[in-house]
Design a protein around this ligand. Structure first.
Ligand code: AHR
Length: 653
């Protein structure tokens, strides 16, 4: 065999010999889709409300079932005869999407105030301007409103006087009033306080406080540090809005995209499915979806990050772990119509189509060019297949160009097996598989797609993450070992990019105090955030995606764990580079050399750390990749693969 390799490398100069490794630049094994490495966004662990959505006021519209959740009043509503000062008016008959507002009635001057606790405290930065917004209407003139941000000791760090303008007095309609507060000090556990002076009656539908340093100053009001971390991955796609929240606990709490667009008062707040804590049992009774981030914002975010939008829709089944409600097959019209309307909303003409016009009215006349649409999340069984067919028929007859992503459930055995055979027989476009597994599983399964059916549906690894302790256990950590196991598994996805066309780690975000699921890619508190070792693995893959897979072999076989090294190789034809990814999760250093190079510029990016190491808010960069530039002189490059390391080598061709 060795003799044969020697002859081959002499005969074909494009064969590079790396000790026992052969990278064959002449053989393109697969084309890599620009979508290959992407993101999966879900409002879990405070991912949206209290996280990426920069709103600082909890229950800003008094629409939580307990309308005063997050609020305190003076006088206390509990004291006898005082609840007439603060009353919740049920306005559902007028606007079912925004069913409640607060009426403040002050008949004699006294200390009347309303205080919001924010999401685990109102956090503000010294010197930064905050936009205060009040949606209100005046019933009886006379109230003056002083708005303050106070710190945990009760001292005022910023304030404004919000005039009730002539506008809010006139025609009985709610109006938006705005002013700015610039705190003189930073506070992390503050409160927003509204003091009512004088007498009068005011209806308040919404109270909002949003920092002005949101991501790129865009109207979507997203937290800059969090979104920038997503953008820095340069994702190929973003799947949204979930996850389980697509399915809902039952069908009343399923995600309905039409209720998440337009003016905020038209977006219908609902409970967040993760409120009960999921497997971790860390219940968060105050977890609701305000839809401040809705479908329009997600589409725009994808556009801004230059990635493909991948919305997922409910398929007529609620979470099969939960109530498992099923919409009767002959009553699926609304669900299927939602899918058709979504395609028109994303892609339809801004003048001649109803939903394209709607998009234009919302400020985006140009289409979003959506190509991917998911039907269902982690649904399975004959009920799913029956409903999938209804969607497929309706969508493919009108929009054959849309690639449909079909669900296979949540576990390889027995769900994937059953669904796989059924879905393949139906020649579906893309099958969505999810893997939450142990480090060992990821290492052992890095060759899973090496001998896969190349002619059937494409595979989308819609969710995956290595769990350090036990699947679903709340002790799981984003360890370096997990990141290495993911990196090793990803060599297998990359090597098989003709079958696996897209993949995303899951979940994306978690608040360090308010989470239901671990591990997650990015952790944050109200002030800052940090990237996990797994984040850096995702980023190293995405920034080094390449255009073509080329074989990298050891004695003619793919390097999936041989000598405890996992590897893949791609070339980027546009950039003119060979990119080799090498994962050494073992505790032993490996020395390799790659021969047959022409010499020239190269870079070596290495992520390494002890297997148990994690990043944290205190040490956000304990583990992070380091890049060294080098010039390869001559024809050989010796590589020291450190123990517990992931290396990306880029060589000019
Ligand atoms: O990523 C967290 C959850 O895991 C998703 O919501 C769901 O699809 C899966 O079970």
């Amino acid at each position: 065999m060795k003799r044969l390799l020697l002859i081959l490398s002499l005969a074909f100069p494009l064969f590079i010999k790396a000790q026992n490794y052969i990278v064959n630049l002449a053989e393109v094994k697969a084309k890599i889709q620009p979508t290959m490495w992407g993101l999966f966004f879900e409002d879990i662990n405070r991912g949206a409300d209290g996280g990426m959505y920069a709103e600082l006021v909890k229950n800003r519209s008094f629409d939580f079932p307990d309308a005063f959740m997050g609020w305190k009043t003076a006088p206390s509503r509990q004291s006898y005869g005082r609840n007439e000062v603060f009353q919740i008016i049920n306005n559902a008959a007028v606007n079912p999407n925004d069913p409640k507002y607060l009426q403040v009635t002050v008949t004699k001057p006294e200390n009347v105030l309303l205080q919001n606790e924010g999401f685990g405290g109102v956090t503000v930065k010294k010197g930064l301007a905050y936009q205060f917004t009040l949606r209100c209407r005046e019933q009886v003139a006379g109230l003056k409103l002083k708005v303050e941000i106070v710190n945990s000791k009760g001292s005022v760090v910023g304030s404004t006087v919000q005039e009730i303008s002539r506008d809010a007095r006139n025609d009985g309609a709610f109006k938006l009033l705005q002013s700015t507060i610039t705190p003189s000090d930073t506070t992390v556990n503050g409160r927003l306080v509204l003091r009512f002076e004088g007498t009068g009656k005011l209806d308040i539908d919404r109270i909002s406080l949003i920092p002005t340093d949101t991501w790129k100053g865009k109207a979507q009001n997203m937290r800059a540090d969090l979104v920038q971390k997503l953008a820095d991955i340069k994702p190929g796609f973003m799947r949204f809005p979930g996850g389980c929240i697509v399915e809902g606990d039952d069908l009343t709490t399923r995600y309905q995209w039409k209720k998440t667009i337009g003016p905020l008062e038209e977006r219908k707040l609902i409970s967040n499915q993760w409120k009960d804590g999921g497997a971790s049992g860390r219940a968060m009774p105050d977890y609701f979806q305000s839809y401040g981030l809705g479908f329009m914002e997600y589409f725009q975010l994808c556009e801004d990050m230059k990635c493909e939008p991948m919305p997922i829709l409910n398929c007529g089944l609620s979470c099969q772990f939960g109530a498992g409600e099923v919409v009767a097959a002959d009553q699926m019209d609304e669900y299927v119509q939602d899918a058709l309307d979504l395609i028109e909303f994303a892609n339809g003409d801004a003048i001649s189509t109803v939903w394209g016009r709607k998009r234009a009215e919302l400020g985006h006349p140009a289409p979003f060019h959506m190509k991917l649409l998911g039907i269902g999340n982690e649904n399975w069984g004959p009920q799913y297949v029956e409903r999938l067919e209804l969607f497929t028929k309706a969508i493919k007859s009108r929009y054959p160009e849309i690639q449909l992503i079909t669900s296979t459930g949540y576990t390889p055995n027995p769900q994937f097996k059953y669904m796989d055979s059924v879905l393949r027989a139906k020649h579906v476009d893309i099958i969505d598989e999810h893997y939450y597994q142990t480090p060992n599983w990821f290492l052992m399964n890095a060759g899973k797609y090496d001998n896969y059916d190349r002619k059937g549906p494409k595979i989308f690894i819609g969710e995956y993450a290595c769990h350090s302790v036990r699947i679903g256990n709340s002790g799981n950590k984003n360890t370096m070992l997990c990141a290495l196991a993911e990196a090793a598994w990803m060599t297998g996805l990359e090597r098989n990019a003709d079958v696996v066309t897209m993949a995303a780690y899951a979940p994306l975000f978690a608040h360090v105090k308010d989470w239901q699921w671990t591990p997650n890619l990015i952790w944050f508190d109200n002030v800052s955030s940090y990237a996990t070792p797994s984040y850096y693995v995702q980023q190293m893959y995405s920034l080094n995606k390449g255009t073509d897979v080329v074989p990298i072999t050891l004695n003619g076989e793919s390097i999936a764990g041989q000598d405890s090294v996992w590897a893949s190789a791609v070339v980027d034809r546009k950039a003119g580079v060979l990119i080799v990814k090498l994962v050494n999760p073992s505790s032993v250093a490996k020395v390799k050399s790659i021969a047959g190079l022409k010499g020239g510029k190269a870079s070596l990016t290495v992520l390494k750390g002890r297997p148990e190491e994690v990043n944290s808010l205190e040490m956000p960069e304990l583990v992070k990749p380091v890049t060294a530039l080098m010039t390869v002189k001559g024809k050989e490059l010796k590589l020291d693969l450190a123990p517990h390391s992931f290396t990306v080598l880029r060589l000019n061709l």
